[in-house]
Design a protein around this ligand. Structure first.
Ligand code: SF4
Length: 103
């Protein structure tokens, strides 16, 4: 477990939201980001199908650089993880009918 992760009183792993990226090792930073995405509430998470489709489109996009979108500055995995988000260039859109299970 990295320095920016800790366990709460129930023993669950929690992400430290007070750490600055400059204070983290790169691997710890990405572990923190992935843990944050996984910990999103089910109500805000995109469906699995939408998440995978969005990331496939980002992978093909010339604006993707090191996991970040150069149009909006977001990490695309975080942006794509939420059903209400959309690509700034409309390459993928917000989900309007989220009936399927979150990823
Ligand atoms: S969010 Fe849109 S503009 Fe940004 S990398 Fe993905 S497809 Fe490209």
């Amino acid at each position: 477990m990295s320095d920016n992760m800790h366990k709460d009183e129930t023993g669950q792993r929690r992400v430290c939201r007070k750490c600055l990226t400059a204070e983290m090792e790169e691997a710890a930073y990405f572990e923190n980001l992935r843990a944050y995405i996984e910990s999103l509430d089910e109500e805000v998470k995109a469906s699995h199908a939408a998440y995978m489709e969005r990331l496939a489109l980002c992978r093909e996009c010339g604006l993707l650089l090191d996991g970040m979108c150069r149009a909006c500055g977001c990490f695309v995995e975080l942006r794509a993880a939420m059903w209400k988000n959309a690509c700034p260039y409309d390459k993928w859109t917000a989900e309007t009918d989220k009936n399927s299970e979150a990823f």
